[in-house]
Design a protein around this ligand. Structure first.
Ligand SMILES: [Cu+2]
Length: 94
């Protein structure tokens, strides 16, 4: 990421979302420590996973708009960028 205003606001948003997910995961851990009902633990864990997936989508969108766009503009490393995205999409589907 470069240091433009858009990147700074993106980074701030990303870090805020990660902090929220981290806080949520700590609550799930606390529920496990406190012997909460199994289904309640799973429900909260699924919410954390959903938040992380949404964060991944946001980072990928930003990557396409910046790094990948730059590669196409400069015509440098385009094939590598495409390979990386294809590999990443395979993992994101799992
Ligand atoms: Cu990128």
């Amino acid at each position: 990421m470069s240091n433009c205003e858009e990147c700074s606001s993106h980074k701030k948003d990303l870090l805020n979302r990660l902090s929220r997910a981290e806080g949520h995961l700590k609550k799930v851990k606390k529920m496990a420590e406190d012997d909460a009902y199994c289904i309640d633990i799973i429900t909260q864990s699924l919410a954390v996973q959903s938040a992380l997936r949404s964060i991944d989508e946001m980072v990928l969108k930003n990557h396409l708009e910046t790094c990948v766009s730059d590669a196409f503009t400069s015509k440098k490393g385009v094939e590598k960028k495409i390979d990386e995205i294809v590999t990443t999409l395979k993992f994101m589907r799992k």
